[in-house]
Design a protein around this ligand. Structure first.
Ligand code: AHR
Length: 515
């Protein structure tokens, strides 16, 4: 596709390809699957007897789609659900597992047919690292401690014996462990001070067994609650001794959540597909807040931990719209348009720029819930525009970031909704190649990004564009490729400058060969 839109917005940046920034952890491209609506059941899990093609009960099409974007980790079982989940009810013969009421999400009865063994098998099939969220809100220290032992310990310990009785001899490796979820809200309605104590207590007994080293992630603040972050950081810094040794005793990272809406009215978040320019601008103003929020938490953490030994994790992010008409309000099923893809493009540029402190991010959620990668309809599956951003950006995973120093530009929106920059970009490299991502948020105007790439020789190898005639465009089972990546001829070299000319509301990646 070539660019015909009149170019008006511009961004001019300087990038030193010979100066290494932080490594962009692959875990910034992480995922989240909760027992919520049709995410686990129907989305991932159909059971061994399903006519839908599956391996060990997990649908093959969804697994393949996620492997194709190199899914690095999967967070489970929640979310709010994690704090009412009792893992013992989800192991052993399925017919004997007790059921429970999923009070947060639709008040439906959960039969626990998808439990620990099924999740770990799913991760094996995906080639993704498990991120298990333990129950602090309604669970006990002993219960969490036992779950860790069940998962990760070999030998003749009580929990390893139980695991063997349930058919799994070898322990699994579990790198990531969540110490509760949203303790300020659905996870117990606690104050920061209350939670800081509990986080310390629960983390202490979430032990490392047999060489499995847990990276414990404390439930951090909502959005820009910097007091919460400061309280947690203080609770670590009062332990005494060098910080590297201290944080190994408790938790190793803290998480925060940030969702993008078109309005601050929780009852009217806006339609996923039917929105006007005003709602679009409000969405982008809100989406840009991720930048200030990541930097804000990082600043607080820097004051207590200047060497960034404690990680910041954004383990829930994405758009949250009103549910699709006619669907269960508790199931959070929403369509996904080009607008969602642009929100994702912007978030990743922010994540890359903050990769020194930000070590993991998990989109909410992977299948059939909120800003999903894939939507299923019976045996059929659709890749969303957001999926394509993850695919096009996959080359940033574990690459070296190169900060973009913005020196000039007039790409801005100013209006009733507020103001925001309409062009955003990020650059990374590995061995002999570099990847440049560019997002043009402008509703009507094209945009030109000019990057002076210094320190290495380079040539444009290939470029890909994600665009559509309208922002409302989305993929359905009837038309699954309404928004899909295409080869792009809008990137060229002019002297030492990479020039990328984007159509209105579009996302592009440019691959460079480095000399
Ligand atoms: O992702 C949906 C919900 O949003 C999660 O369960 C909760 O943690 C957050 O409030």
């Amino acid at each position: 596709m070539s660019t015909t839109a009149p170019t008006s917005g511009t961004l001019h940046g300087v990038v030193d390809l010979d100066v290494a920034g932080a490594t962009i952890s692959r875990h910034l491209y992480g995922h989240f699957a909760e027992h919520l609506g049709r995410c686990i059941y129907e989305g991932f899990w159909v059971g061994e007897d399903s006519p839908i093609q599956n391996t060990s009960g997990v649908r093959d099409d969804v697994v393949q789609a996620l492997k194709d974007i190199s899914i690095p980790n999967l967070r489970w079982p929640g979310g709010c659900f994690a704090d009412e989940y009792h893992w013992e009810n989800g192991v052993g013969p399925r017919e004997d597992r007790p059921s429970m009421v999923n009070t947060h999400w639709g008040d439906v009865v959960e039969d626990n047919s998808f439990g620990t063994h099924e999740f770990m098998r799913l991760c094996e099939l995906l080639g993704a690292e498990p991120y298990v969220s333990g129950n602090v809100g309604s669970g006990t220290v002993q219960e969490m401690s036992d779950w860790v032992e069940y998962l990760t310990r070999s030998g003749d310990a009580p929990m390893s014996r139980l695991r063997r009785e349930h058919g799994r001899t070898e322990p699994w490796k579990v790198p990531f462990w969540g110490v509760g979820n949203e303790a300020w809200g659905c996870g117990g309605n606690m104050t920061a001070e209350q939670y800081a104590q509990l986080a310390s207590q629960f983390s202490t007994y979430a032990r490392n067994h047999d060489g499995n080293e847990l990276y414990r992630i404390a439930a951090g603040p909502n959005r820009d609650d910097y007091h919460w972050t400061e309280t947690l950081m203080k609770s670590i810094s009062t332990l005494g001794g060098p910080v590297e040794e201290r944080h190994h005793q408790r938790w190793q990272a803290l998480s925060f959540h940030y969702y993008t809406h078109a309005s601050d009215d929780w009852q009217h978040k806006g339609s996923a597909t039917e929105f006007d320019a005003g709602e679009y601008h409000a969405t982008m103003v809100n989406a840009w807040r991720i930048d200030e929020i990541v930097r804000g938490h990082s600043r607080v953490m820097d004051a207590y931990d200047p060497d960034a030994t404690i990680g910041l994790v954004c383990d829930e992010w994405g758009t949250w719209w009103d549910v699709e008409p006619g669907t269960n309000p508790g199931f959070l099923f929403q369509q996904n348009t080009l607008r969602d893809a642009l929100v994702a493009g912007l978030h990743f540029d922010v994540f890359h720029a903050n990769a020194r402190r930000l070590v993991m991010a998990n989109i909410a959620q992977t299948v059939n819930v909120l800003q999903a990668m894939v939507l299923t309809d019976g045996a059929r599956m659709v890749l969303t525009p957001t999926y394509h951003v993850f695919a096009m950006n996959a080359g940033h995973q574990d690459a070296t970031s190169h900060p973009v120093h913005v020196v000039a530009g007039d790409a801005r929106y100013e209006g009733e909704a507020g103001e925001y920059r309409t062009l955003t970009t990020s650059v990374s490299s590995r061995e002999g190649s570099a990847l440049v991502s560019v997002t043009n948020l402008d509703v009507e105007r094209g945009g030109t990004v000019r990057l002076d790439l210094r320190g290495r020789d380079w040539t444009v190898a290939a470029a890909t564009l994600l665009a559509a005639p309208s922002l409302q465009e989305h993929n359905t089972v009837e038309n699954p490729t309404a928004v899909a990546p295409v080869p792009f001829d809008g990137a060229r070299r002019e002297g030492d400058t990479l020039v990328v000319e984007l159509p209105a509301h579009s996302f592009a990646t440019v691959q460079l060969t480095l000399g």
